[in-house]
Design a protein around this ligand. Structure first.
Ligand code: NAD
Length: 485
């Protein structure tokens, strides 16, 4: 199966659209092979996409919700039919294993199923509020909206927004990561094949420049962003300065609080959380706060860590630059006095010498003041901070600027609840390494892991993608008499 394409184009009005003057090379982090080039769009490219979306909006938005979701029933089947192709494409451009890549497409299928169920979720209200007077609400689409996405989930994160926003009647411009544009193009082609009218969904490739143009564009009504906290802040400020609706999901530093009574079998779960997708998940375990004597658990974690083999069940990170950055964090922690229990630096799998691999790394004796304890490393690295006090463990978690996820590992239910009530994170778990809520529950962090009020998936996303119209009707009860006579 051939996946390389000379230039990965934009996708406007149901057609590939080329013609950019600036390009970036797409190099596979799996083995360093050249996959494609991607065009960096200009303001004119964006204008064309917005014009196409505006043209499609009147017809698309006036269809009923039940009519619109029919496209997503077809799209869901096409995702299933193309699972192998998408899995391989994501593997090549992102570096995660084919199994992980297919798992994210499966999650995309689940997200699409939620969109198909929207007619059951949208219950508009109607009430007789006084004699002869009726109030009712209707959910109305916003118009042309934008979704800006990161490299780490080339299918799943775009599918956090596409099915719901479109099913609810909006037309969209997707700006995927310039590091993983091929999957976005495939999604666009499948949407057209599923019967989506031209212009309802468009893809614009590019970098910082085009993101700024999206935030500034007068005909884009809402911007959804997923990426690092630094850029989330820029996008949130810029889009809202133009009075647009914006939700911006940022980075993370997720804490696991591990108590002495935690089941040792959970070590596998803990390592899967920090090492899955090579640690490049905003829900990955990153900092473990070990309370009391947890030596046996730490030993088991190290044994589990050694079962992950780079280039086999452990995928690559996104680029050589990311590998160097991650290894830099490990080396600096070591210099500051941390103890490297399992060292993933200088990992070079045989036959993949030009790939970007970091082995699973476990670092003990980290202190909360160290950079590696505070910043998002975004690689397969787990730092361990030790304390003898549960409240101190909570204080360490609470001191983080982020707040995506936190999990506690214990067999004591009341202590688990005590900790869950006090951690400062939007998604929390007990004996769960990756506490991602499943639909209809929604996905979203707190603090600097999310700007804006809405969560991005599930029921919470409905209010982001729609406006509520409140209609009040009064009929004069006597008027019909004249008309009847
Ligand atoms: P990134 O912030 O570098 O890029 C995200 C998007 O912003 C891309 O489309 C990129 O082209 C654009 N961009 C990059 N720099 C920009 C700038 N200066 N101005 C305007 N736009 C810019 O993120 P990434 O490296 O692609 O993805 C990894 C990050 O995403 C991690 O921090 C991870 O935690 C985060 N993430 C968060 C969630 C969540 O739900 N909170 C989910 C997935 C990923």
């Amino acid at each position: 199966m051939q996946h390389s394409i000379a230039i990965t184009p934009n996708y406007i009005s149901g057609q590939p659209a080329n013609g950019q003057t600036r390009h970036l090379d797409i190099i596979s982090p799996v083995d360093g092979q050249h996959l494609s080039k991607v065009g960096l769009s200009s303001q004119q490219d964006l204008d064309k996409a917005v014009t196409a979306a505006k043209k499609a909006f009147p017809d698309w938005s006036q269809r009923t919700l039940k009519q619109r979701v029919q496209v997503f029933y077809n799209f869901r089947q096409l995702l299933i039919d193309n699972l192998e192709i998408l899995g391989r494409m994501i593997h090549l451009e992102n570096g995660k294993t084919i199994g992980e890549a297919k798992a994210e497409v499966m999650k995309g299928i689940e997200l699409t199923e939620f969109a198909c169920s929207l007619p059951q979720f949208i219950n508009d209200e109607i009430q007789i509020v006084s004699q002869g007077i009726e109030c009712r609400t209707t959910h109305v689409p916003i118009g042309v909206v934008a979704s800006i996405t990161p490299f780490n989930f080339p299918a799943m994160v775009p599918l956090w927004t596409i099915p719901n926003a479109l099913a609810l009647g909006n037309c969209m411009i997707l700006k995927p990561s310039e590091k993983t544009p091929m999957t976005a193009l495939k999604i666009a082609e499948l949407l057209t094949e599923a019967g989506l009218p031209d212009g309802v969904f468009n893809v614009i490739n590019g970098d910082k420049e085009i993101v700024e143009a999206i935030c500034d564009h007068p005909d884009i009504a809402a911007v959804s962003f997923v990426g690092s906290t630094t850029v989330a802040k820029i996008v949130y400020k810029r889009a809202t300065s133009h009075l647009k609706r914006c939700m911006a999901m940022g980075g993370a530093k997720n804490h696991l609080i591990v108590l002495p009574d935690a089941s040792l079998a959970m070590a596998e779960n803990i390592v899967a959380s920090m090492a899955g997708c090579a640690g490049q998940r905003c829900m990955a375990a990153s900092a473990m706060v070990a309370v009391g004597n947890t030596d046996k658990m730490i030993q088991r974690i190290c044994e589990e860590a050694k079962k992950w083999e780079a280039g086999d069940n452990l995928g690559s990170v996104i680029s050589i630059a990311a590998k160097k950055r991650i290894e830099g964090y490990i080396t600096e922690a070591e210099k500051m006095g941390a103890e490297i229990l399992v060292d993933g630096r200088n990992t070079i799998p045989k036959g993949k010498e030009n790939g970007a691999y970091v082995g699973v790394t476990i670092i003990d004796k980290v202190t909360p003041a160290m950079k590696i304890a505070q910043e998002e490393v975004f690689g397969p690295v787990l730092v361990i901070m030790r304390t003898n006090d549960v409240d101190e463990a909570i204080r360490i978690e609470n001191a983080s600027n982020y707040g995506n996820a936190a999990s506690v590992f214990t067999q004591n239910g009341s202590l688990a609840n005590y900790i869950m009530d006090r951690v400062s994170a939007g998604m929390v778990g007990v004996n769960v390494g990756v506490p991602v809520p499943r639909e209809p529950f929604s996905f979203g962090g707190w603090n600097e892991s999310r700007f804006g009020v809405n969560d991005i998936t599930g029921k919470s996303s409905i209010s982001f993608w729609t406006k509520i119209k409140k209609r009040t009707t009064k009929w004069n009860a006597e008027d019909w008499k004249d008309w009847m006579s």
